[in-house]
Write a new protein. Structure first.
Length: 78
């Protein structure tokens, strides 16, 4: 996998969403972070040293909803 660096505008947008340490759904990351593939961004941030927990919950209609919580940011040097 070729990971982006922290200079990536895409990863910076996702980081901006996750930085507060609260849980955010895939949909929220997609819309607020303008990231069409939040799982890929999370994977890339993990490769850069971020600690991001993932939890599956069940939505009101029984659909799965994935939530991500960043507990540690990526390395400064990427």
């Amino acid at each position: 996998m070729n990971n982006a660096t922290l200079k990536s505008a895409r990863l910076q947008r996702v980081l901006k969403v996750l930085r507060d340490g609260k849980k955010h759904s895939s949909w929220e990351i997609m819309s607020r972070g303008k990231a069409p593939s939040p799982g890929t961004c999370v994977s890339e941030l993990r490769q850069l040293g971020a600690k991001i927990d993932c939890k599956r919950e069940t939505g009101p209609n029984g659909q799965p909803i994935w939530y991500y919580t960043m507990t540690k940011g990526p390395r400064e040097n990427g």
